[in-house]
Ligand binder design. Structure first.
Ligand code: ATP
Length: 916
């Protein structure tokens, strides 16, 4: 066992001799032996022995010692006021942290202070604002298997709770990809391999997954599971998850009543968007080495005003809809909000003032909220009537139903308004949180306190008059209470009824019997009033918590409205258009249902790239049952990847309910979206092997349907040219003949363009490229047909390769072109200058690897007229498979050639100084 966990070895043999406090520590470590125990001692959380060493190392705090009659123990302390940042480091290091707080007042205890674990902090169950990203859900998941594979996920900080099940383990991986939980617990026979990267597996045993126990627990939270959950595996996953959520409460008041809203969904109700697609389309995180969140789809669409809105936006993008009516409802709402600027801005202005209502209600229900939280809830609920007002003029069904669902919760708002102070204290035990007017007893006690304080306020003046001492002062301190202070020079005038309380350097402090009595009255009234305020506050908090279901419903509606307003704002500001969505004809739709065959986009734009490029070139897309596959060619940097991703993002946006960046769009509803991007494009994710590429391809071939959209970028690039081409061809044929998915296939294999010509429902698209005396430039415009040249040499010239190599390369190309005119060419569909692809038209022969003289060990020699060198260069250039090279490989190749020319020049130049 990790030395930071369990009872310290050093204490085991001395257990019976330990001091009472250390015995308490020992017992808590034994009870929570899977967690690192942080043990409150006054203002610090302490750890001892091995745990202390871990805390000191991970949190970079000083390791000290504690010595008592039983020995010496290593000790490390974290200041309670600042504990969160340290705890974060322990969680990142993979520890669960059990926080053992003092649960009684040390001043009221004679023996050792009672301590108990009040919460166990784990990565997926955090509720502390300081440890959470306000805009993101933080999910913990539970997986169970049975007849089906079930997944339950829960965000303890917001109460978002989902369950689903699928037939195979791959499907579970996809669903996990949608929620991206930070932590998971696994039922019997479930492998951790399904979990996304970065998800911590926590051990929790098998008992909580036991059916009967799980069933009872789930029903105690959400009522009958009949008709809600679809399998026993789902019940077991939900039950285990609830019991884990209770467990991390540390066993103190462990019910979490607000977790009463469980959503069971069928994965087939949403577009299937697996983790690979989410990553490669950069929906939430850019595929940079460290991943960053700017310039992602979620970021450019985020005009939300509130944290719940931001989280809901993520959810909608992760789970685009496939039911036409639901999609159209959202589009209707976005349309109305886009057109009505005053309604849109009015709602936005209201939403900007709201607090994170989901996290507020979770804190309130867990009994962790303070009075400020209740005021924040009230301020948030106050916007509801105003938003209803803003929506009064709405004429669309979705906005109307959202308005009707917005419960104004008048009694909750009135309760908080009447009871909780307008600017309450943060502390809840020291008064200043409940209005005296809320309770007669409280009012009386505060009056007594106030009367007493007024009497004392007047005391200074009356005593000065009585004693004739002008410098006499009345004051108070925490140790001695109220006093009358007289300087030494006036001691003669002190009356007899003054009793000495404290001697200072130049003064004496006194009290009178009446002052003492008044002071007692004030203190008693104040103390009782503070206690009463705390009691009243707790009961108000409980009353509010009892309404958590209604409050959560309001939170959901506000979040939904926030996303719709955000979509509408983006649509208005960035000229998005409303897409027409229809069911695919192959779905056998009911009569009257609008069907759309394929994806038809006029002047579409990439929603993210259009924001970063100075001038973005819009492009159209036409895929349907007659033009089901498009093979997209074009040189590096021409815009192929951007184009393919743009089509996918437009489809996702439309099905999430947003308008789309295009002049017009008619879109068939897509059931699944698959992406396979080039192997070398994904190095940051550590998934650069050909094996990984093929695993993803296998997944697509197994699961794509005739209603799916498939993006294949450079499939087969990770292996030899011949194998890669063979795989690409076979995949294209299967997509065409058997699967029937709408497919965009970007490739450098120009030969694949011939295949597209030979298949009935496939066509070619290529990116136009301009060449002039300044070099090659990319127009980023896609057209039907195939590219007329590869422009590899021009790209090299533009990249700065020196002129003599570029000129020579052009010569070689011209010679090639001359040969091509006299020999029959097998290259498919190319016109004008031929491709530099050395195996043009040949699909079966492996290109020969001719060693280049001078590049390896053999020195080039001059035969007097440079013919040998020319032949070598020619051969090398012909062999170079420019169409499949990355820009870096092309540049290396050219640098290599350049070096050969340089070496040759040096060897043949009679004056070596010329060759530098
Ligand atoms: N339609 C467009 N309008 C303006 N700029 C674009 C457009 N499409 C792509 N670009 C820009 O061109 C560059 C290359 O785009 P992209 O990566 O899509 O090319 P590619 O053909 O896929 O390249 P490679 O084959 O090397 O992967 C990017 O910087 C992108 O921002």
């Amino acid at each position: 066992m990790d030395t930071a966990l369990g009872p310290p070895e050093k204490m085991v043999e001395r257990r019976e001799d330990l001091t009472p406090m250390m015995a308490q520590y020992y017992d808590l470590c034994a009870q929570y032996d899977d967690s690192l125990v942080l043990f409150q001692v006054g203002d610090f959380y302490e750890a001892f022995c091995g745990a202390a060493e871990t805390v000191a190392r991970q949190c970079e705090v000083t390791l000290t010692k504690r010595e008592d009659s039983t020995g010496q123990y290593a000790m490390a302390g974290l200041p309670i006021d600042n504990a969160e940042s340290y705890v974060e480091r322990l969680l990142e290091a993979g520890y669960r942290v059990a926080v053992a707080d003092q649960v009684e007042d040390p001043e009221e205890t004679t023996g050792v202070v009672e301590r108990a674990v009040t919460r166990i902090l784990t990565p997926g169950t955090l509720t502390e604002d300081e440890l959470l990203d306000g805009d993101r859900n933080n999910y913990v998941g539970a997986l169970a298997t049975g007849d089906v594979h079930a997944l339950a996920v829960l965000d303890v900080s917001t109460g978002d709770f989902y369950a689903t099940s699928v037939e195979n383990a791959d499907g579970i991986r996809d669903e996990l990809g949608r929620f991206d939980p930070t932590e998971a617990i696994l039922g019997p026979n479930v492998a951790a391999t399904q979990l996304p990267d970065g998800c911590t597996v926590s051990s929790f045993g098998e008992d909580p997954f036991e059916e009967k126990q799980a069933h009872e627990l789930v029903e105690s939270y959400v009522g009958s599971v009949e008709g809600l959950l679809a399998s026993t595996a789902e019940i077991r996953a939900c039950g285990a998850l609830l019991s884990y959520a209770e467990y991390v409460r540390g066993g103190v008041d462990d019910r979490l009543d607000y977790l009463n809203h469980l959503t069971r969904y069928d994965p087939h109700e949403y577009m299937l968007l697996d983790a690979v697609a989410v990553r490669s389309l950069e929906l939430f995180e850019r595929r940079t080495v460290h991943g960053d969140e700017s310039n992602t789809l979620a970021a450019v669409l985020d005009k939300t005003a509130s944290a719940p809105g931001r989280r809901t936006l993520d959810d909608w993008l992760r789970r685009p809809l496939i039911e036409r009516e639901a999609i159209v409802e959202r589009h209707d709402a976005v349309g109305e909000l886009r057109d009505s600027v005053s309604m849109r801005e009015g709602i936005y202005d209201q939403l900007r003032t709201v607090y994170d209502i989901e996290r507020l209600i979770s804190r309130i229900a867990r009994g962790r909220a303070n009075a400020r939280d209740l005021r924040s809830l009230k301020a948030t609920l106050d916007v509801v009537p105003r938003i209803r007002q803003e929506l009064a003029e709405s004429s669309c069904g979705k906005l109307n139903s959202l308005r009707d669902e917005l419960d104004t919760l008048d009694e909750v708002r009135t309760l908080i308004e009447q009871s909780v102070c307008d600017n309450p204290d943060k502390e809840i035990t020291t008064g200043g949180i409940i209005k005296p007017s809320y309770n007669d007893d409280l009012a009386r006690l505060r009056e007594t306190e106030q009367d007493g304080k007024s009497w004392i306020d007047d005391l200074e003046a009356s005593e000065r008059e009585r004693t004739g001492i002008d410098s006499l002062k009345v004051g108070q301190n925490s140790v001695h209470g109220y006093y009358i202070e007289v300087t030494d020079t006036n001691l003669d005038s002190v009356p007899d009824d003054y009793e000495r309380r404290q001697t200072l350097k130049n003064a004496e402090r006194y009290y009178t019997p009446e002052l003492k009595e008044r002071e007692g009255e004030i203190l008693r009234a104040e103390q009782r009033a503070d206690e009463l305020e705390y009691e009243l506050f707790c009961s108000v908090r409980t009353e509010v918590a009892d309404e958590s279901e209604r409050i959560q419903a309001v939170a959901d509606s506000l979040a939904e409205l926030d996303v719709l307003v955000s979509f509408a704002t983006v649509a208005a500001e960035h000229d998005y258009t409303r897409p027409v969505v229809g069911t695919a004809p192959s779905d056998s739709p009911a009569e009257g249902t609008l069907t759309v065959d394929g994806i038809h986009i006029e002047n579409g734009r990439h929603p993210v790239v259009e924001r970063t490029e100075e001038s973005f070139v819009p492009n159209g897309t036409m895929l349907d049952s007659d033009d089901q596959i498009a093979v997209v060619t074009g040189p590096n940097m021409s815009g192929k990847s951007t184009y393919m991703r743009q089509v996918a993002l437009i489809v996702i946006l439309a099905q999430a309910g947003s308008f789309v960046p295009a002049e017009s769009a008619r879109l068939q509803i897509v059931d699944r979206l698959f992406t396979r991007v080039g192997a070398s494009d994904d190095i940051a994710g550590g998934r650069s092997t050909f094996m990984m590429e093929m695993t993803e391809l296998a997944d697509i071939l197994d699961h794509a349907t005739d209603q799916s959209l498939v993006l294949l970028d450079e499939v087969g690039r990770g292996t030899s040219t011949v194998d890669g081409f063979a795989i690409a061809q076979a995949v294209t044929e299967q997509m065409h003949d058997e699967i029937g998915a709408l497919t965009l296939f970007a490739t450098h294999h120009h030969d694949l363009t011939g295949i597209a010509e030979s298949l009935d429902n496939a066509h070619n698209r290529y990116f136009r490229t301009q060449q002039d005396e300044d070099g090659v430039s990319f127009e980023h415009a896609v057209e039907r047909g195939t590219a007329d040249a590869s422009y590899g040499v021009e790209v090299a010239a533009t990249a700065g390769v020196n002129q003599s190599v570029v000129d020579r390369a052009r010569e070689v190309l011209d010679e090639q072109a001359g040969r091509a005119e006299t020999e029959p060419s097998e290259h498919h569909g190319t016109a004008g200058r031929t491709s530099l692809n050395g195996h043009s038209g040949s699909t079966t022969t492996e290109p020969k690897q001719q060693p280049l003289h001078g590049a390896d060990d053999e020195e080039p020699t001059d035969d007097g007229n440079g013919k040998r060198l020319n032949a070598d260069l020619q051969q090398a250039l012909i062999e170079a498979d420019i169409a499949t090279m990355t820009p870096l490989e092309a540049m290396n190749k050219l640098a290599n050639l350049q070096q050969v020319v340089e070496t040759n020049r040096r060897n043949t130049d009679p004056n070596p100084s010329n060759s530098s």
